[in-house]
Design a protein. Structure first.
Length: 118
């Protein structure tokens, strides 16, 4: 399985970005997907996830109301729409998928850097 994330960049506080992650190597629609992030000097943390069909989502309290996760199973792609960005959102963002067991997240993309300036 390969996960290719893109869409990161430099944005001013209050701005928006949309991250994309294209998955290949297995049937995308059979697995939930997630986004995590890791800020400098901090541990990787959960941001949001979405179930196989896209009708159930969860997100971290720190991004609730600002970030939206979605997916397009026809394009094997999961998205993270990030609005009202804050400097504390600065991090490398990773998309993630479960392994063969379908439980948890054990497969990771290469990450895309989001930098929010104040």
């Amino acid at each position: 399985v390969q996960l290719q994330a893109s869409g990161g960049g430099l944005v001013q506080a209050g701005g928006s970005l949309r991250l994309s992650c294209v998955a290949s190597g297995r049937t995308f629609s059979r697995y939930n997907m997630g986004w995590f992030r890791q800020a400098p000097g901090k541990e990787r943390e959960f941001v949001a996830d979405i179930n196989e069909s896209g009708d159930i989502t969860r997100c971290a309290a720190s991004v609730k109301g600002r970030f939206i996760i979605s997916r397009d199973n026809g394009k094997n792609t999961v998205y993270l729409q990030m609005n009202d960005l804050k400097p504390e959102d600065t991090a490398v963002y990773y998309c993630a998928a479960p392994g063969a067991s379908g439980i948890g997240f054990s497969l990771w993309g290469q990450g895309t850097l989001v930098t929010v300036s104040s």
